[in-house]
Design a protein around this ligand. Sequence first.
Ligand code: WT7
Length: 669
Amino acid sequence: MSQTGPDTSSIESILKEGRVFEPPADFSERVGGSYISSMDEYRKLYERSIKDPEAFWAEVAAQFDWFKPWETVLEWDLPDARWFIGGKTNICHNCVDRQVNNGYGDEAAIIWEGEPMEGGKPEIRRYTYRELQREISRFANVLKAQGVKKGDVVTIYMGMVPELAIAMLACARIGAPHSIIFGGFSSQAIADRVIDADSKTIVTCDGAWRRGKIVPLKDNVDEACNQLERSGNAIKNVIVVKRCKNDIQWTDGRDHWWHELEKNVDDECPCEEMDSEDMLFLLYTSGSTGKPKGIMHTTAGYMIYTAVTARYVFNLVPNQDQVYWCTADIGWVTGHSYIIYGVLPNRVPTLMYEGAPNAPDESRFWSIVERHKVTQFYTAPTAIRAFMKWGREHADKHDLSSLRVLGTVGEPINPEAWMWYHKVIGQEKCPIVDTWWQTETGGHLITPLPGATPTTPGSCTLPFFGIDAAIVNEKGEEVPHGTGGLLAIRKPWPSILRGVYGDRQRFIDTYFSRIEGMYFPGDGAKRDDRGYFWIMGRVDDVINVSGHRLGTMEVESALVSHESVVEAAVVGMPHEIKGTGIAAFVTLEAHAEPSEELMAKLREHVAREIGAIAKPDLIRFTDALPKTRSGKIMRRLLRDIASGTDTNQDVTTLEDLTVMAKLRESDES
Ligand code: WT7
């Protein structure tokens, strides 16, 4: 394994604990019927799905609407998987129109709650499938009128407003792949992604509400546009949703208000008949080297896989007054798959919340659960750790008895947080589904099924149907249970990434080179004696901050782009809330003086270059970085230093890391 391989010691201690929680006896009754109710049922179906995946997935696909049936279920020519070849469908149709056509047009599709409270009351909007169909069609017509055609990439940089869901579904409707950029990213990040995707249209908002403040989205887009203009990649259209009514700049001819453009369009827009393998969206994610990768997902495989995982993993059942809530931002893959695309086809309303969990106070999420009688709740370990820190009294103030299934995603959950979630939020009645997956996998790959799988805090348990997962060594040989190794998937599944946009070699190198003949997700893991999977973290130079991947390279490049910095090394360090925080070791130009002020400036600089999520939690100035004789930075040593240090103010002291480097040189090189 690489020098930044996972720390197995924490896993050892988790394994020792081994508490087992059976699905509650009344689970099926509580959810209006459990899809999979026993391990026997799971195993039978799993075996069938592995023995004959094509028959299994064809059966699933037949539950969706197709304009033209497929001819071949799967063509697997490593590393390329093509699913449902020859078929024509549309994911927006299957999310929305299908429900209307089947007579469910008046049921709630999206329930949206805004962040600001007036007189103790939030703004709530409800969209039925019929209303959603109309709104999507209108905006699809706006896009067409602006010259957007099938195949054109539309960049979306918005807050969590209903128009974000409408915009993405409108893109899907007309076959224009979307590239959604999380609203916390900087103008630089927008410009990089727009250039990579060769996108000419941006949909944004004037601002976004976040903890009572306005995030100036349009200003960031303007800055990105200026830069794009200078580099010959000018943006043609910027469409702006008026949300916060903040003052913004306006460029005539380029900028348009969403509500103005909508005055001139029709209510109807037919769904484009998309090839199964036509691109649905691009979503950028970090890697260990270079710029973010544009992960490509296509239409049919992604559509059926996200919908069927959402159905089984959250046990979504129509007509049972279920309200499903995933707290992610749509700007991440979790929001793409499990707020919108995987949920709407299941005919259970999906709740979208605009703002922060502590606005106006720390009980906001629980007031939302109570107000909307949320039945399935899906969040991240970093959020759970924040709730724990704020104290259980915020949850205890609210009636959480509507909850049926709890979920987590993004990073391994520490057993303490798992137990808190189970007791305080689930009131010991709700199964917890710890779902392991990635931007590249499109949907859950390893996860409990709530009515069937006994769970153990810290384990994501067993593979979903059709997922042939294993722990292997570098030669691709399966290792015995209890031994750590590389997590690998031996066969393709319908929503596997189809490529890295514009970079075929990187696609092959990153996912299909380390282990011959298999997909390598980049995680280390092990299985226990029941065969349960325990994820041990990334094996590359990627750090998982608050459940989101950041390439250490990206943060280092951002630091080095500051005039005072010569060299920088970034490593992960334990962080109470984020799980992993960012520690940066920085060597300055001769004229630059280490100071608190410079530290603050560097943090701001990184936020400007990438986004606030990448701000180092700790910066240490050093006159040299520890390196091996061959010049490789000794990250392991830096990690030791970073984790042994608290973020107190003693950060400007120069450390003589060269001495340490010399001490360790002999055993590293
Ligand atoms: C990486 C993927 C999938 C949406 C959120 C993050 C880690 C994800 C778990 C989990 C342990 C997890 C992995 C993975 N991860 N879920 N349940 N247990 N680790 O998406 O940014 O694509 O990151 O997050 O390391 O490779 P992403």
